[in-house]
Design a protein around this ligand. Structure first.
Ligand SMILES: O=C(O)C(=O)C[C@H](O)C(=O)CO
Ligand SMILES: [Zn+2]
Length: 277
């Protein structure tokens, strides 16, 4: 497991491109046959990716690193399949996972494993875990069962649908809130005007992008902005002091996940356009 510390806004002002990427960008999560995990000290997320091929892959970590007897002893996890069909097994129960299906697994689940239906078109599971203080039931939801919210307009190049899976009125959790935003073709901007979240943080995974496509992910304090050049299936850690917006070379999809003081999707500190620098 790789570790990322929680850098301050003040320190981040002096970072060059390489340092900024090292702190905030997760470049490689999806490696065939492997479980990749990144531990962030921002809200103690564990961000992961797993691409099972011929054999199932277990959700395992060096337990000394998390000081627990199993991965989910004191954690919950949200899983979204962004690849071919597969199955996630949680304590002996199989959950069939098609593309864009989300599975929430509650605290205390002992054994989790990931499999693909077809190794030549494997499942690609994105994982996001946060500490949990109580157990909520394990629940699966397809995209069609998520709560949609249509936002934006073609005039502003930001027509998109936000699908909420794990949230106050959907799948219940201790602190994870998770959804997926699909931009319509011809639309490239998400979340502009931008916002911060003083009371929580956010992790973005960008995907459904062409190989040579990029998203310029905007970050930093509103008056001290920076950008990260993000490619397909890369993730960004967004601390509470940072805006998190993006513009792509074409439309794209992203999974956003949050943890912190509350689960209210609308708890955003909106930044007036004239305040941005
Ligand atoms: O397109 C959007 O707008 C979003 O998806 C919003 C983000 O998910 C977000 O920042 C929620 O806090
Ligand atoms: Zn946000």
């Amino acid at each position: 497991m790789e570790f990322r510390q929680a850098a301050t806004a003040e320190a981040s002002k002096s970072y060059d491109t390489e340092k900024l990427r090292k702190e905030y960008l997760v470049e490689s999560l999806f490696v065939p046959g492997e479980l990749k995990l990144v531990y962030s000290h921002v809200d103690r997320y564990i961000i992961g990716g797993v691409v099972p091929t011929n054999a199932a892959v277990a959700l395992e970590v060096d337990l000394k690193l998390i000081g627990a007897n199993s991965f989910l002893e004191r954690r919950e996890i949200g899983i979204v399949n962004i690849g071919g069909a597969g199955t996630v097994t949680a304590d002996g129960v199989d959950y069939a996972m098609d593309a864009k299906d989300c599975l929430y697994i509650g605290r205390g689940t002992q054994a989790v494993s990931f499999a693909s239906a077809d190794a030549s078109n494997p499942a690609r599971y994105y994982l996001i875990s946060a500490p949990a203080h109580m157990t909520y039931p394990t629940v699966k939801a397809a995209l069609s069962e998520a709560t949609p919210q249509h936002l934006g307009s073609i005039a502003n190049s930001n027509e998109r649908t936000i699908y909420k899976y794990i949230h106050a009125d959907g799948i219940q959790s201790c602190q994870l809130v998770l959804g997926m935003t699909l931009l319509k073709p011809g639309n490239m901007w998400n979340t502009m005007p931008s916002h911060t979240h003083e009371r929580r943080s956010e992790v973005y995974l960008y995907f459904d992008m062409p190989e040579d496509g990029v998203v310029f992910h905007m970050m930093g304090e509103p008056t001290e902005t920076r950008h990260l050049v993000v490619r397909n299936e890369q993730a960004v850690i967004s601390p509470s002091w940072s805006i998190h917006s993006g513009v792509g070379t074409s439309n794209y999809t992203f999974i956003w996940a949050m943890a912190g003081e509350n689960q209210s999707f609308s708890d955003m500190d909106m930044i007036p356009m004239k305040a941005l620098r």
